[in-house]
Every structure is written in C-alpha cells, then in structure tokens.
Design a protein around this ligand. Structure first.
Ligand SMILES: CC(C)(COP(=O)(O)OP(=O)(O)OC[C@H]1O[C@@H](n2cnc3c(N)ncnc32)[C@H](O)[C@@H]1OP(=O)(O)O)[C@@H](O)C(=O)NCCC(=O)NCCS
Length: 166
C-alpha cells in the first residue's frame, strides 16, 4: 500500500511557514504574518497540508465561527427556518495551495477536510461560509457547489446537512 502524499494537521510552531507561495500575495502575506497570531489569540484554527515527501507546507485553510443573517439565505431555504435573526456557521476564511501543488486536487481535499471537521464538531452549525477574494476564487467555490448569499455574492455557503448524510 502506498503512503498518502499529504497529511493535514493543525498549524503549530514546528511548521516552517516561510517559502509558502500560492498565486495570491494577499493569502501568502496572511499566512506568513497573521495565521499564527490568529491561532494564538483563538480567533481561528489553521490547518496545514504537509507534503509527506519533503515535509513542506503544500496548503492551508482557516476555520472560525460565523453567522449568516437569515436575510442573506435564498428565500427557498430561509422559508424553512424559524424566525431567527441569523443561523450559525463556520467560516473557511482563507484557503490557499502552494503553486507547486496546485491542480492536483489538494484544494478540493482541503475543502472536504474542513467540511468533515465542521460536521463532526460537537457544536452544530448550519453551513460552511466562504469569502471569495476574487473572481477566480468565486468560480472555484461555485464549482464545489457553494451557494452565493443574497445581496453578498462574494460570500457563499454550503449547508452541512448534505455532508452529514454522506
Ligand atoms: C483556488 C485554489 C485553492 C485551487 O486549489 P487547487 O489545488 O489548484 O485546485 P484542485 O486541483 O483541488 O481543483 C479541484 C477542482 O476545482 C476546479 N478548479 C480549480 N480552480 C478553479 C477555478 N479557479 N475555477 C473553477 N474551477 C476550479 C478544478 O478544475 C477541479 O475540478 P474537478 O475536480 O472537477 O476536476 C488554488 O489555485 C489557490 O490556492 N489559488 C490562490 C489562492 C486562492 O484563490 N484561494 C481561494 C480562496 S480565497
């Protein structure tokens, strides 16, 4: 049996963050300068994909608590909800893959990992929320079935009941 190429684990001080380079300066800067601080201050969890062949960081994502105002859900879904102001969600705030590893399914793998962790959380959340940083990211999330929020099309969500049923 061959070993898996990547392992996904919480970011810790032992990880070497320098050298990580995706296509996005914004995401790279966040990862090198702020991700560790956000973890330390309990503002977000950060998970990294480690390339088992060289121990380098191949990708990362963050998860934090969020809410979706009911007004931003499409009417078909909002109509099924009680009259709460908002529903609970987890935000996949940042997601990036190192250039050398893009196009091999790792982005999808990290989304699946985030969905799995969210659906297993002991606190129930309705959906995973993402913020598309640009058109490319928007297309990527639409490709994975995320639904644009009403009035905020760069913010998308995916109800978790689909994942829980898998
Ligand atoms: C966007 C990004 C995360 C994609 O990661 P990746 O590992 O290259 O993507 P994958 O190989 O997992 O692609 C999985 C699927 O998404 C599709 N896909 C990838 N990028 C896409 C895009 N920009 N638009 C539409 N579909 C896209 C692939 O064709 C593939 O489809 P398939 O499974 O049907 O064959 C990566 O390119 C990246 O880090 N970009 C810079 C940072 C960024 O834009 N982050 C987005 C969140 S803000």
């Amino acid at each position: 049996m061959s070993l898996p190429r990547f392992s996904i684990t919480p970011l810790s001080r032992k990880h070497q963050k320098s050298g990580f380079c995706s296509d996005s300066e914004l995401l790279d800067r966040y990862f090198s300068e702020r991700a560790g601080q956000d973890v330390k201050r309990n503002l977000a969890k950060c998970f990294v994909a480690i390339d088992c062949s060289n121990e380098k960081i191949a990708g990362f994502y963050t998860l934090s608590a969020a809410q979706i105002p009911l007004l931003q859900l499409p009417e078909k879904l909002a109509g099924k909800m009680p009259h709460y102001h908002a529903v609970q969600a987890l935000r996949l705030g940042w997601l990036a893959i190192d250039k050398s590893c893009q196009g091999h399914g790792l982005g999808s793998t990290l989304i699946a990992d985030a969905l799995k962790r969210s659906s297993r959380s002991s606190i129930t959340v309705y959906a995973m929320l993402v913020d598309a940083k640009d058109e490319n990211a928007l297309k990527f999330y639409l490709h994975h079935g995320f639904i644009p929020c009403k009035g905020a099309p760069q913010t998308l969500f995916l109800p978790l009941d689909t994942v829980r049923k898998l």
